[in-house]
Design a protein around this ligand. Sequence first.
Ligand code: SF4
Ligand code: MG
Length: 291
Amino acid sequence: MTNSLYQPVYLEEKLEEIGKSGRLDYRSRSLPTWCPGCGYYSMTEGVTDALNQLGIKKHNTVIVSGIGCASRFPFFMETYGFHTLHGRVLPVATGIRLANDDLTVIAVGGDGDGFAIGGGHIPHVARRNVNITYLLFDNGIYGLTKGQVSPTSAIDFNTTTSPMGNLDRPLNPLMMLLSYGAGWVGQAYAGRPHHLAQLIAEAIAHRGFSYLHIISPCVTFDKTDKTYNNLDISVRDLPEDHDSGDILAAMEQAFHTSRPALGIYYVEERPTLTENMDEIAHRARKLSASE
Ligand code: SF4
Ligand code: MG
């Protein structure tokens, strides 16, 4: 596949096209400050496209982030936003969801924010099925702090804190989320922005916790591993006959980390945290009425 970065893009034509689509309505006047070519640009493209497709109003949307390059995202959007503490995106997003069940709540962050300091929050949001969408942009490095090894850095990857090569085994986020009980798990690639936008729309439309893992190059601090050239070759689609209701089939696909598969791995419909809390309140009212 030809790298989309090498296709000529004419800004005025692109702006006219985006303006007509209505997607610019979701954008603030702050321009993204990511490095040219960073995979995170697909975030603004993907989220605005998805919200527009689903007809979700900006005043009904809250975008929550932690700390890191990906977490700058709320500034670039005209929706409500909350740039929280390092690793604390999910507790804050949960609080927003519990305060107002009518909102669309989107959590965004990177691999360091999500799987290092914030790693303890993910299982509980997943197993309790909090009705939020978590977009995790994984570049396998700490970009904002200038290129340190992260929980998803590849073995032998050289960074400023692993100059002799990383010897720590990387996490397998998809396997983790599947085993934590996430009700919607998918994987996308920043180099395929239209597919990414479609998956973001599907993740938001899911009622319950949805986790989209997005492989996203850090063009400044990673010149050898998760580059567009390497990923264009290694990514593949999930098999056409993949059954997204079969968790073992999803885990088998998640196991093949050297050939990351893109698409929807697993979907399960079950009550959300809010619905379970309503049920508990109902039982408590019934009990007190019978006393
Ligand atoms: Fe993107 Fe890396 Fe630049 Fe951060 S440092 S904005 S992740 S390219
Ligand atoms: Mg990172």
